[in-house]
Ligand binder design. Structure first.
Ligand code: ADP
Ligand code: MG
Length: 378
């Protein structure tokens, strides 16, 4: 087991047209020993490039990578003790499953006895005993994925990298394989770095999540930290299901109190006193109010702001129900309990806890209220 540290890591490719593609910009990230870290972000944001630099398939343009205390920039992939399982399984079609799994050990000339011991271990862990004599073409997608995991695991790496390992699986297999990966980590306690563009996957697997966008690391935190203290609008929007509600507003100051007034509709939100001076000091007039669908209630309680809406869509989903309501020009999505039902056209009062909203500078996207809360936390 080992930690992985990236210091000021940059990757710039030169495209065929001889233009620079900045795939990773100044990435600083510390993955703790034994941690399950998810690298999350939209397609093209630099996740795979980061992984390829860690495993050694790609050189860094600048910056340093450490595995434990060892700087590995100059080491070849085989000397880094990092294994990677890819989005495409890349199994050798002319070899059996057994030969595929043993391949990395045979290449390293590990003694036969040791090979068999390790094979037995990964076979038991991944429950693939009955597949060993088949060829890769005789396997389903999920089985191929498990063999690919087995081939990476048998090397007993200090760090295990998984790049979108579930993206080619259908929904049912994705859920069961995801559970198996989580179980593997619990058992091995090896450092895992797992790439995905799917926030639900990240949320269900990771100890901490590193969110990237446009080659830049945005924020690293636990699921709760990212949900409750997003650093900017991008993170607030990317994490959370259903997505956070945004209202573009203008700040109206009046005698020491401030109100955010929706630019589109009639929604008004009185800024809590503790954020007032911060917003005034920030100096902007244009803010985006963010309210998470799970934070809104239909029962009245103290220190809330009431919003009246007309139900536009009601979705019965079983574990929770979703209501989409029109608020005079704005749209609000609310999560309600499975026992609450609404009909389209119905008028409903919603209550927003004043301290649970997020206020963003509309122009820069920076979260102004979260910054305040973080200072508050210390
Ligand atoms: P992700 O895994 O997040 O989808 P990648 O790391 O694969 O992102 O790619 C990041 C950016 O770098 C993209 O714009 C991609 O087109 C570009 N890129 C990746 N590999 C190469 C390459 N070998 N040559 C040129 N550009 C590349
Ligand atoms: Mg990728």
């Amino acid at each position: 087991m080992a930690s992985v540290t990236l210091k000021n890591v940059c990757k710039t490719y030169i495209s065929k047209k001889n233009e620079e593609v900045k795939a990773v910009r100044d990435l600083n990230l510390e993955v703790r020993d034994g941690e399950f870290m998810c690298l999350l972000g939209p397609s093209g944001c630099g996740k795979s490039s980061s992984m390829r630099m860690i495993v050694g398939l790609e050189e860094t343009t600048s910056g340093d990578i450490f595995i434990g205390n060892r700087k590995v920039n100059e080491l070849s992939p085989r000397d880094r003790n990092v294994a990677m399982s890819f989005e495409t399984y890349a199994l050798y079609t002319h070899l059996t499953v057994r030969e595929n799994i043993l391949f990395p050990l045979r290449a390293k000339k590990i003694p036969e006895i040791e090979q068999m011991n390790r094979l037995e271990q990964v076979v038991n862990m991944l429950e693939i005993g009955d597949l060993l004599d088949r060829g890769p073409s005789q396997l389903s997608g999920g089985q191929q994925q498990r063999i690919s995991l087995a081939r990476a695991l048998i090397r007993e790496p200090e760090v295990f990298l998984l790049d979108e390992p579930l993206s080619h699986l259908d929904v049912t297999l994705r859920t069961s394989t995801r559970a198996q990966i989580k179980h593997l980590h619990d058992e091995l306690k090896t450092t895992f770095i797992y790439v995905t563009h799917d926030q639900l996957e990240a949320i269900s697997l990771a100890d901490r999540i590193a969110v990237m966008n446009f080659a830049v690391l945005q924020q690293v935190g636990t699921r709760e930290e990212l949900l409750d203290y997003p650093i900017n609008k991008f993170v607030a929007d990317f994490i959370g299901e259903p997505a956070i509600n945004f209202f573009e507003c203008t700040l109206i100051e009046d005698n020491g109190t401030s109100t955010l007034k929706s630019n589109k509709g009639t929604l008004e939100f009185k800024v809590p006193q503790k954020w007032n001076s911060r917003l005034v000091a920030h100096g902007s007039k244009h803010y985006t109010l963010g309210i998470r669908p799970h934070d809104i209630h239909v029962e009245k309680s103290p220190d809330t702001t009431a919003i009246t809406g007309v139900v536009d869509v009601f979705e019965f989903l079983g574990e929770e129900n979703h209501v989409t309501a029109q608020i005079d020009g704005d749209v609000l999505t609310v999560v309600v309990s499975p026992y609450q039902f609404y009909t389209v056209g119905e008028k409903v009062n919603f209550y927003v806890p004043n301290g649970r909203v997020h206020i963003f500078d509309t122009e820069t996207g920076e979260c102004v209220s979260t910054a305040y809360k973080l200072e508050d936390k210390e």
